[in-house]
Design a protein around this ligand. Structure first.
Ligand code: PMP
Length: 283
């Protein structure tokens, strides 16, 4: 697979950046995970907007216009002859000295990796996931705002380690107020009496592009959607639960902290939204 680094395509083994890059030394950089379905990059503009907003927040100037970035993504897909792919776009702060100061860095690197998509095994889509609450809370928005999709994912990784140790597929992360935030790489939705509920952005979450798409699909189908503070009680007493993300798409959750959710099987609204999402991405 060929990898794009700052204007050049390299063979996978030759795709390298400096060990002095602050992206590597400090997680100082931003990224996006994007999908390409049947030759069409899904919600590319939305992903680029989020990437550039994350970069703006950390005062990182991306050395390409959004159009040039989009062209680079398409060029990389073409070079790898991929029509269905997962795309990882990364922008690093660039190489500098062994100090934090971003002013001492130069040449932010733009990296585009494309690959075939590795989804959850299909049984999880049919039977649903089991999740558990992590003791590690989501980053406090005043410390490191989860709306920045930065290269520093240790907060999520610590929670993921807890899930793995507990034998669960995903970890539910709470915020500093004890409310539901999101999972380590996905947003969370609940269904209660026909209503769709998801934590609001000020719960301290990433504004998921799949999340926004699902909200739109639900409203179009006449399902009321509330972005509202939620607790574990709401999860335990929900009729249905599912996660959304670029890689996972829409995946049902049937158990949380050992409690079955609803009937303990993927629910009808989850299944309907999943079908609509599949139709939208593969249209
Ligand atoms: N939350 C976190 C922490 C994530 O890493 C992701 C994946 N990018 C999501 C939510 C889902 O976002 P999206 O639907 O844009 O992939």
């Amino acid at each position: 697979m060929k990898v794009y680094i700052s204007g050049t395509l390299y063979e996978q083994d030759e795709a390298k950046i400096s060990v002095y890059d602050h992206g590597f030394l400090y997680g100082d950089g931003v990224f996006e995970g994007i999908r390409c379905y049947n030759g069409k990059v899904f919600k590319l503009q939305e992903h680029l907007d989020r990437l550039y907003e994350s970069a703006r927040h950390i005062c990182l100037e991306i050395p390409l216009s959004k159009q040039q970035f989009a062209d680079a993504i398409h060029m990389t897909l073409q070079a790898n002859k991929l029509r269905d792919a997962y795309i990882r776009a990364v922008v690093t702060r660039g190489a500098g000295y062994l100090g934090l100061d971003p002013r001492k860095t130069s040449n932010p690197q733009v990296i585009i990796i494309t690959d075939t998509i590795a989804l959850y095994p299909s049984e999880y889509y049919e039977k649903g996931l089991e999740i558990c609450t992590a003791a590690t809370i989501r980053n406090h928005p005043a410390a490191l705002n989860p709306r920045i999709k930065s290269l520093n994912y240790l907060n999520n990784i610590l929670a993921k380690l807890e899930a793995v140790r507990a034998g669960c597929q995903e970890a539910l992360m709470l915020n500093h107020k004890g409310e539901i935030a999101e999972c380590t790489g996905d947003n969370i939705f609940l269904v209660k009496r026909g209503l769709l509920r998801t934590p609001p952005l000020d719960a301290g979450i990433l504004e998921g592009i799949t999340r926004n798409t699902v909200i739109e699909l639900a409203r179009k189908s006449g399902i009321e959607v509330q972005e509202i503070a939620l607790t574990r009680h709401d999860v335990f007493s929900a009729d249905e639960c599912f996660l959304t993300g670029t890689a996972a798409e829409i995946v049902p959750v049937v158990k949380c902290d050992g409690r079955p959710i609803g009937a303990g099987v993927p629910g009808p609204i989850t299944r309907m939204l999943r079908e609509q999402f599949m139709a939208l991405t593969r249209e």
